[in-house]
Design a protein around this ligand. Sequence first.
Ligand code: GSH
Length: 220
Amino acid sequence: MAGRKLFSYWRSQATYRVRIALALKGLGAEIATLDLIKGDQFDADYRALNPEAAVPTLIEGEGPPLVQSLAILEYLEETYPEPPLLPKEARARAHVRALGQVVAMDAHPLVVPRVRHYLMHELGLGEPVVKKWMRHWLDLGTGTLEAMLARDPRTGRFCVGDAPTLADLCLVPHVTTARMLYDADVSAYPTVARIYEACMALPEFAGTGPVHQPDAPLTA
Ligand SMILES: N[C@@H](CCC(=O)N[C@@H](CS)C(=O)NCC(=O)O)C(=O)O
């Protein structure tokens, strides 16, 4: 393996998912930062790696770039199976993926910079309205997670059982984003809040968070 490089942005929740997976699996990576607010993601060189102009992009060795955080997580799981981040049983695996997708496919896409930019600059919505928009979709995602986790006997110390799974790798960045954007109070979602705390007790989650990134502003 000729090396590993992760294109990242400190506040990106999709990249945070991948940083946690790399840490849990004990895989080092050079972090290459892009400033998504300045528009670094639209540079031609970066678009050649990731035509969607989004992070994360993972480069491993000489192989083609890996894009889309959930696809990257599955790739890491298949390539470096220890510790496992998916349960053995098929239905439990589906549950893990479903929890992750509530965040990564249904909530997160509505709050990414390109959507916020479109709402503000194409549709002319002011910042307070856009903030309300973001809060609405993120809270809806948190409420869905809470409803799914609270009633499910498979919920343990973590989302599914007593070891972290891909679901936790989605839950933590989701909650972190909501807290950063509008100081979200997750106490209204007690199962989500408890699992978030359990994850954040682990250095692989806490130490890879936004504020520990090389491009994080000093005041973050
Ligand atoms: N579904 C993609 C989402 C990627 C994505 O949109 N990432 C955001 C940061 S979290 C981004 O790079 N946005 C750039 C933009 O919206 O211009 C994934 O999970 O990797």
